[in-house]
Design a protein around this ligand. Structure first.
Ligand SMILES: Cc1cc2nc3c(=O)[nH]c(=O)nc-3n(C[C@H](O)[C@H](O)[C@H](O)COP(=O)(O)OP(=O)(O)OC[C@H]3O[C@@H](n4cnc5c(N)ncnc54)[C@H](O)[C@@H]3O)c2cc1C
Length: 406
């Protein structure tokens, strides 16, 4: 295949300004590639997708590759400060069952990015992008012209044309719905209540010492399971906001993210009834369903913030497949949705962003053909994303297994 000698400038359209799309835009901007992100939300304020994100070694590498040095420093400063002591699993009476520790090549590194707050990460990823990100642009459909260029049509009637359209519009991707209508993530039959509990309130309510600074998992014999994950900012966001005023950080304070999993069969509610519950009702459901759990554990749920409590269904893409080679390229959950149990989804989207930005930068420099670079990206993506989905499903199976029936 011949190389481009004097390439016309490459224009990349990214549909979706979530974790993967913004990380890609940062990487492309650093490489000098013309990129525009179209996000349906009206502003940068977060949506209900959880609070604390575990960052894997691959995720940290991808973030560092895509972000300029000043934002990497901010990422480290606002990451989770904690003792690297792995995970502990308990029964509902708080008797420790299992405490595996995981190998992490970053262990002991003073600037390891172990976990981040999702809203803070989104703010960091937006910093410096300016009008590269266009809010309030809801993608409707796309079409390819005779010249091979792709046009995106938005609900407000506007259009944008580019050489590549990256589908970074998440698990319910409209781009995927148009191009691959039968490619839908599978419902795993588990429903989850995500919530946030301020750290001070949890400690005040008597959260036992052993559960304070590590990822704890409680497996009830009643079919209900709960994960509790600490987020303690290395630098309080108010202080980081002073040092990095350009990032527009929001101070959330330290907290625990709680994740309450229940099988549909044990829930006793159909989806219409479950997803109609508001934050107060979901908090009450968790308190009711844990009524015979250890009192020191139950007490903290009374401090869960109803306005920060929401329900999700666990889903997974099986199998992960490459999309047809062309100007539309998938990235992140649009290509590979996975349950949050493994803490892998965002890391995989970031890994995609790192790989795709380097592939597209090579195309923009005239070093590679677009079709070849995209095919190679997809080949590698399918491999590591399949591993990510399988890992997430293994952890999901463990963490949501029906202990009472085993
Ligand atoms: C509750 C919860 C907790 C999680 N915890 C973790 C964790 O600890 N670690 C981890 O690695 N992963 C975690 N995940 C998974 C992780 O959030 C996703 O894998 C990750 O956000 C995927 O990034 P993305 O960019 O592909 O999609 P998203 O971050 O979902 O971004 C998609 C973006 O596209 C926009 N969009 C959608 N439709 C349109 C449209 N029509 N037009 C324009 N824009 C559109 C959306 O508004 C959104 O901003 C969790 C997920 C959930 C739900």
């Amino acid at each position: 295949m011949s190389k481009r000698t004097s390439p016309p400038p490459l224009r990349v359209l990214v549909v979706g300004g979530g974790i993967g799309g913004l990380c890609l835009a940062q990487g492309l901007r650093q490489a000098g590639v013309d990129v525009a992100v179209f996000e349906r939300d009206a502003s940068a304020d977060g949506r209900r997708q959880g609070y604390r994100l575990r960052i894997s070694p691959e995720g940290e590498r991808g973030l560092r590759a895509c972000l300029p040095p000043r934002l990497q420093q901010l990422l480290v400063a606002t990451s989770n400060e904690r003792d690297d002591s792995g995970l502990a699993a308990y029964d509902e009476h708080l008797v420790e069952q299992w405490a595996p520790s995981f190998e992490d090549p970053r262990s002991g590194s003073p600037d390891k990015v172990d976990a981040v707050d999702r809203v803070t990460l989104r703010r960091i990823l937006l910093t410096g992008l300016g009008d590269t990100v266009r809010f309030g642009r809801n993608f409707q459909r796309c079409g390819t012209g005779a010249d091979g260029r792709v046009t995106a049509y938005f609900e407000d009637g506007s259009t944008e044309t580019g050489d590549v359209l990256v589908a970074a519009d998440g698990a319910n991707s409209r781009v995927r719905a148009q191009l691959r209508p039968s490619d839908l993530p599978e419902d795993l039959g588990v429903r989850t209540v995500f919530s946030r509990i301020p750290r001070e309130a949890a400690l005040g309510a008597g959260l036992p010492e052993a559960l304070r600074d590590r990822f704890s998992y409680v497996i009830g014999t009643d079919g209900h399971h709960l994960g509790l994950m600490p987020m303690t900012f290395r630098t309080p966001p108010s202080e980081a906001a002073r040092q990095w005023p350009e990032a527009g950080l929001v101070d959330t304070g330290d907290y625990y993210m709680s994740v309450f999993n229940v099988h549909l069969a044990d829930l006793g509610l159909d989806d219409a009834a479950f997803f109609a519950l508001d934050g107060e009702q979901l908090c009450r459901l968790v308190v009711d369903r844990t009524s015979d759990w250890h009192p020191e554990l139950r007490g903290i749920f009374l401090h869960a913030q109803p306005e920060e409590t929401f329900a999700v269904a666990l889903r997974a893409t099986r199998p992960v497949e490459p999309w047809e080679t062309g100007p539309v390229v998938p990235l992140g959950d649009a290509a590979h949705t996975m349950p949050p149990s493994g803490g892998v989804g965002a890391n995989t989207a970031i890994r995609d962003a790192e790989a795709l930005s380097s592939a597209l930068a090579a195309v923009a420099r005239g070093e590679r053909e677009l079709a070849e670079a995209v095919a190679e990206y997809q080949k590698a993506m399918v491999e590591y994303a399949t591993e990510g989905v399988e890992l997430s499903l293994r952890i999901a199976e463990w963490s949501i297994r029906k202990a009472a029936r085993e």
